[in-house]
Ligand binder design. Structure first.
Ligand code: FAD
Length: 700
């Protein structure tokens, strides 16, 4: 590595849940070893950088939130570059590389990154490195790791070009322009991207002594007899391969145990703007029968004593704890069961090499160990490779050590994907699978992400039931499997189900959120910044609502609201209202069957279309199975409402595949009814989306 002065580049990140920040920190950390100095800032720190005058390459890591929005920390930045009065050459001086993070389960995959990328291009900025779009659904690291690996060469090329350009311009200013020289530069510029990919392998080899470790001579875990790999066993060639493993991330937290006196902080202190509402759960209803494949519950919250307000279509967040027995188990494995009620102070090490961390925002300054493991850390998170790498150092058994090294190595990438990511392994599963691994508490705190509050769509109308908020959810269930010894429930839905058990089964005792016996459980909620998923302001506009399964939730709120408006304003005109609902079985999971019947009877709902995907039918013509099939049956009405009557179309549900199926059906319908090709129909759909007349609220 040359010992020149380090070359500076600007590194900006915009993070929602901390992933973009962690990746930027990884880039920052690696930069030094490659001879670069990353000047890292959060995108919101607009006083710390200035793109208008930036001469050095810019690297941007940006995630996506909500329905394809950039993270909150990027809002100002995006607003600034979206300014339509900026000239198209505004950023011609700028060269940048962008890494977008997203989740392909959502329709607007990586839209935060794509929006910034598109706009920078429109304003004349140039890529010095191809944009990377990483998908959390399959594993961010599949794109992130190679993207970071390639970044260093791309940066070198960018600096080389810059130098050549500077030299050229000094030649131009001294002597007359030489055509052959400029052609040479142009050629070089064109060639650079091709060369870049060819050189990548060399470069990796060159830097492997800095970033990785060649491991030879350690006996592999798997014997030649093992033909099938598993979480704990590997087979050849991996088990016999030399490994490139990531550099050991520097430790940066310091944890000190204090006394056991005092109070834990209020849950509101865990939320960024501190506005939470502690509200009682006043009702719980089973929406499905015992034999339904999924169990759906409806909960009613009493928000009357608070200033919490909502509109039908809004979503809100529930602050949830980790499962208490998993917390106990973790405490036992860490050998800290006796210290569970001790207050701990978590501080950043003074001499840490990690840049920019002053304190972990999601860990209170003073709280008990149990509080931190219960309310602050996502202990079910899938361990990242950096975490596995750090765990290697805490593992005494040579075979286990080797397997952990394999799982975080470049050579073991597919084993990582299969046995860790796709199997949804969490730290507890790992500690059971690798019993000689004894991590310290500070390692866990460094590597486990913030426990996120879970979002839910409101399923009621404040007008129809003042002071009440309803929401519905499926209890998420993960069955036991080779990597998970016991079955588990979703963090939030499992907790809520336990919490409301006394309301569902009044004879059984239960625990409230604080751990004491109580008949009225309370939960902490806060509003989720919203979205346009609301009823049209003009009630005479027709609307189509498509919501299979729990996707029906916001539409119940819409219908309650409409019903109340109809009662209160008898002279108003109300548009045609369609609801397309789908479930598996008519007699097991047809949610809100009675309520929907009433909405139809009183005229609030003009068309109710329901399909059942698993019921068999004796009819000559098979009935539609899925909501998109129903839409195709009513193609003429869909086209009329969208094209002629300026109606609204809403889709809500728990899978991107459903939302994609619905939008495909709408494109087919539009192209058929307009007698145009699919491309034209897709453009119409894009216009409808833009006009916020085609709205989606989709979660995974
Ligand atoms: P988690 O423990 O977080 O697990 C959730 C997901 O992680 C699983 O579905 C699965 O994909 C994966 N996963 C985690 N661990 C494993 C494992 N061991 N094995 C396999 N897979 C695993 N949900 C509703 O039910 N109703 C709503 O109205 C609703 N509205 C929403 C609105 C918005 C705007 C958003 C963003 C989401 C909404 N959701 C809704 C989803 C909801 O926020 C939660 O994701 C859902 O309830 C599950 O939470 P959980 O903590 O119980 O599950």
């Amino acid at each position: 590595m040359c010992c020149d002065l380090k070359r500076r580049f600007l590194l900006l990140y915009a993070t929602q849940k901390g992933q973009a920040k962690a990746i930027a920190e990884e880039i920052w950390q690696q930069a030094g070893a490659h001879g670069f100095d990353a000047d890292m800032h959060c995108m919101s720190e607009v006083d710390k950088y200035n793109l208008e005058t930036e001469k050095d390459p810019v690297v941007i890591v940006i995630s996506t939130t909500g329905t394809g929005d950039p993270p909150d920390t990027a809002r100002k930045f995006v607003k600034k570059i979206q300014d339509r009065t900026l000239p198209p050459d505004h950023f011609t001086h700028l060269q940048y590389g962008l890494l977008g993070l997203g989740d392909s389960e959502y329709t607007f995959f990586c839209n935060g990154g794509k929006t910034v990328d598109r706009r920078l291009q429109e304003l004349g900025a140039k890529h010095f490195y191809d944009t990377g779009l990483a998908d959390d659904c399959v594993g961010l690291e599949l794109v992130v790791d190679p993207w970071i690996d390639g970044l260093w060469l791309a940066l070198k090329e960018a600096f080389l070009m810059q130098k050549q350009k500077e030299e050229m311009s000094s030649v131009f200013s001294g002597v007359s322009c030489s055509l052959s020289a400029s052609l040479h530069v142009v050629n070089e510029l064109n060639l650079s991207s091709e060369v870049q990919s060819l050189k990548l392998e060399d470069e990796r080899a060159g830097s492997s002594d800095i970033l990785s470790q060649q491991l030879v001579g350690i006996s592999p875990v798997a014997s030649a007899r093992d033909t099938k790999p598993s979480l704990v066993h590997s087979v050849p060639p991996l088990s016999e391969s030399a490994l490139n493993i990531p550099a050991l991330p520097p430790e940066y937290m310091e944890v000190q145990f204090q006394d056991s006196h005092g109070e834990n902080p209020h849950l509101a202190s865990l939320i960024s703007d501190g506005t939470t509402f502690e509200v009682p759960i006043t009702k719980a209803v089973h929406l499905t029968t015992e034999d339904a494949i999924k169990t759906a519950l409806l909960l009613e919250l009493d928000i009357a004593g608070t200033v919490f307000d909502y509109q039908p279509g809004d979503a809100f967040c529930v602050v949830c704890p980790n499962n208490s027995s998993e917390v106990e188990e973790l405490l036992c494995i860490l050998g800290l069961a006796e210290k569970a009620e001790y207050f701990v102070s978590v501080k950043v090490k003074q001499d840490t090499k990690k840049k920019g961390v002053t304190r972990l925002q999601h860990i209170p300054e003073r709280s008990t160990l149990k509080f931190i493991l219960t309310w602050c850390l996502e202990i079910r998170a899938i361990p990242k490779k950096a975490f596995l790498r750090a765990l290697v150092e805490c593992t005494s058994d040579a075979g286990e050590k080797r397997r952990l090294q394999e799982l975080c190595s470049r050579q073991g990438a597919s084993d990582y994907t299969h046995f860790i990511r796709e199997s949804h392994v969490c730290v507890l599963d790992l500690l059971h699978a690798f019993p000689s691994c004894k991590p310290s508490l500070n390692l866990l705190i460094e590597h486990l992400p913030k426990l996120q509050a879970r979002s839910y769509s409101v399923s009621s109308s404040n007008l129809y039931q003042p002071g009440k908020l309803h929401f519905i959810f499926n209890i998420v269930e993960f069955p036991a499997c080779p990597t998970r010894r016991v079955s588990r429930k979703g963090v939030c839905t499992g907790w809520l189900a336990d919490l409301v058990a006394p309301l569902l089964h009044p004879n059984k005792p239960t625990l409230d959120t604080k751990g004491g016996n109580s008949s009225i459980a309370k939960i902490s909620i806060f509003p989720r910044s919203n979205n346009a998923f609301h009823l049209p302001a003009d009630p005479s506009v027709p609307l189509i609502m498509v919501g299979p399964g729990t996707g029906i939730s916001p539409f119940i709120g819409f219908l309650q609201h409409r019903q109340k408006l109809r009662e209160e304003h008898t002279s108003w005109e109300f548009g045609e209202t369609w609801l397309v609902f789908g479930c598996r079985h008519h007699d097991r999971d047809y949610l809100f069957k009675e309520e929907l019947r009433c909405f139809v009877e009183n005229g609030t709902l003009t068309h109710l279309k329901v399909c059942f995907s698993r019921d068999s039918s004796a009819a000559e013509v098979a009935p539609p199975k899925y909501v998109q099939d129903v839409l195709r049956l009513y193609a003429k009405d869909v086209a009329r409402i969208l094209l002629k009557e300026r109606g609204y179309f809403y889709v809500c549900g728990d899978k991107k595949h459903m939302a994609d199926g619905v939008s495909d059906a709408v494109v087919d319908i539009l192209s058929m009814e307009m007698e145009s090709d699919r491309l034209e129909a897709m453009k119409i759909l894009a216009t409808l989306r833009e006009a916020k007349r085609y709205l989606q609220d989709v979660w995974s």
